[in-house]
Design a binder for this molecule. Structure first.
Ligand code: TRP
Length: 335
């Protein structure tokens, strides 16, 4: 008999809450295109999660589409990956409600992200912010994935997802596959250009290079990048004493494929004044095709619509199988 080997499934959600930057790209997205060879990959724009914090409607709509275009431009091929928008697949909201009833108040109270976010948003600590992990559990469990790639900050939510799934399964039998969180080996850990002790972040825009940014703005940020306070003026990899230089070297290494040794040799005898614009140029050339492709896609609304509609259709087909099973198990009358 012929053996059919099923690819393992992977699923991840991305909040369309801001513009993508070089840290997102080199640290994560760059490596995603290759995953599709090995895994059956689902990615969605988690718009339902973003409204736990107040949003400007027109911005949310624009960012959701822009983010989709940027991910495709970074190499996520819609023919090989299922790309969709969370709110287009109503099963998320439905299973989210069910799982709310299988997630304990105490568990939700222990989520560090809830504690952080409610401290920062004291004027809007809404119910959605609190129960968000139950919706995230639904996002995941609907698709029966093997792996959920997430950043460190989402590990606790993934563990809660496993607990909720196990609780449900222990009552009703094997309904949900218990997924493994998968914290990918990060590519480069990119730090802020003007505060190299902090991660590159859109909240510090002068130290942050956005994927859609104009080359001249990128070059200006690199020219102003912090190097170090010593007077050595020498390109040498020493993250402890020269974190700014080390950050620039690791960016340069990531976009050129060169080793630190090769970089040191390349710039031997030249100071930071020569090095910084070289890094800027290399980054500009890496981002150029992404920016151009994303802009082209954004002009082709019909194409993007086709992508997210097709993605939602495929996603809903998978999600509905799980939801129907859940409704039956918990005793909802079949329609
Ligand atoms: N909570 C995740 C974040 O803030 C986004 C997310 C929502 C997610 N649902 C998910 C990630 C399901 C993985 C799986 O980054």
């Amino acid at each position: 008999m012929e053996e059919i080997v099923q690819k393992k499934r992977m699923l991840s959600g991305i909040q369309p809450s801001g513009d993508l930057h070089l840290g997102n790209y080199l640290g994560a997205i760059k490596n995603w295109s290759g995953r599709a060879e090995q895994f059956d990959c689902f990615y969605f724009m988690a718009d339902m999660h973003t409204i736990t914090v107040r949003q400007t409607p027109a911005d949310l709509r624009r960012r959701t589409l822009e983010q989709l275009a940027q991910y495709i431009a970074c190499g996520l091929d819609p023919e090989k990956n299922t790309l969709f928008v969370q709110s287009h697949v109503h099963q998320h909201a439905e299973l989210g409600w069910v799982l709310n009833c299988y997630t304990m108040f105490g568990e939700l109270s222990r989520m560090t992200q809830f504690k952080d976010k409610s401290a920062k948003n004291a004027e809007n600590i809404n119910g959605g912010l609190f129960t968000y992990p139950a919706l995230m559990a639904a996002d995941i469990l609907l698709y029966q994935p093997d792996l959920v790639p997430v950043g460190h900050d989402q590990k606790q939510h993934c563990e809660l997802t496993r607990d909720v799934a196990q609780r449900f399964n222990s009552i009703y039998g094997d309904v949900f596959k218990i997924p493994e969180p998968y914290i990918p080996e990060t590519g480069a850990r990119v730090m802020s250009l003007n505060a190299p002790e902090s991660k590159m972040s859109k909240s510090m825009p002068e130290g942050c290079v956005f994927l859609m940014e104009r080359p001249e703005d990128i070059q200006r940020k690199f020219k102003r990048a912090i190097t170090d306070s010593d007077t050595e003026n020498c390109v040498r990899f020493d993250p402890e004493n020269k974190p700014g230089v080390a950050n620039l070297m690791s960016i340069y290494a990531a976009v050129t494929g060169k080793t630190y040794e090769e970089i040191e040799t390349e710039f031997a005898g030249q100071g930071y004044g020569a090095f910084k614009p070289k890094v800027g140029e290399a980054v500009i050339e890496t981002l150029r095709p992404i920016r151009e492709e994303a802009s082209r896609l954004l002009k082709d609304k019909a194409y993007l619509e086709g992508v997210y509609r097709g993605g939602a259709e495929r996603a809903a087909y998978e999600a509905e199988k799980t939801l129907r099973k859940v409704y039956k198990k918990i005793g909802f009358l079949a329609r």
